[in-house]
Design a protein around this ligand. Structure first.
Ligand SMILES: [Fe+2]
Length: 216
């Protein structure tokens, strides 16, 4: 296969895993992560071919984790991606590079993103959780799980990452998790974009508080 056909094959195969996805983790999320990867990849001088395949394939394991929480979508996705790339007839070096990106995009335990392409995929996936799109996804997730629309703005919610839906809201999600993402970026352009998106979220939640207080 030439590069264009290979890319189309990868994209078509990957898309098949999102038939029953929820809006917070659907195929549109994958396309946004792909756009971010291409933008950051060009600036940081990454291998765009590896990065493109990794972006399209990075969440193919997600539907399995949603059905069974004991399955790690990064590990499962890496195995599925390997099979798809073998069927596409791709070279071993490219396959291993893409598999590393997918396996480490969650950055838990020993799976540290160690290549430039893996760091960019990690940053792109995190960037889609913040900024205007991050707020949209947080409210969509809150709706899926019947969370509160608005909770106390002044509470110190601590840093407990476990989510009890009956006591959770996008405000708490922002304070506990989303506001810290900017400090965990791995590339220069990723960090710059995360700080910009974070500043927007700060403005948004400050305005929301003023509206809820009847001040605006
Ligand atoms: Fe993702």
């Amino acid at each position: 296969m030439n590069e264009d056909k290979e890319s189309l094959f990868i994209m078509t195969e990957a898309r098949g895993f999102f038939a029953d996805s929820k809006p917070t983790h659907d195929w549109a999320h994958v396309l946004r992560v792909h756009n971010l990867c291409m933008h950051i990849g060009r600036i940081e001088g990454a291998d765009l071919n590896i990065l493109s395949h990794a972006a399209y394939l990075h969440d193919v394991g997600r539907c399995f984790e949603e059905r069974d929480i004991s399955i790690c979508h990064a590990e499962k996705g890496a195995a599925i991606a390997r099979d798809i790339m073998v069927r596409a007839g791709m070279g071993k070096d490219v396959i291993e590079a893409v598999v590393h990106c997918i396996r480490s995009h969650r950055f838990r335990n020993e799976n540290v993103p160690s290549t430039l392409e893996a760091k960019i995929l990690y940053d792109a996936d995190k960037l889609d959780a913040i900024g205007a799109i991050g707020i949209a996804r947080a409210y969509s997730y809150a709706g899926e799980h019947n969370q509160m629309l608005v909770s106390d703005f002044e509470s110190d919610y601590g840093s407990d990452l476990k989510v009890d839906h009956s006591d959770h809201s996008p405000i708490k999600e922002y304070k506990v998790k989303l506001s810290k993402i900017k400090d965990r970026m791995l590339t220069g352009e990723g960090k710059r974009m995360a700080e910009e998106r974070d500043a927007f979220m700060r403005r948004y939640f400050s305005r929301l508080q003023q509206e809820c207080n009847g001040e605006l």
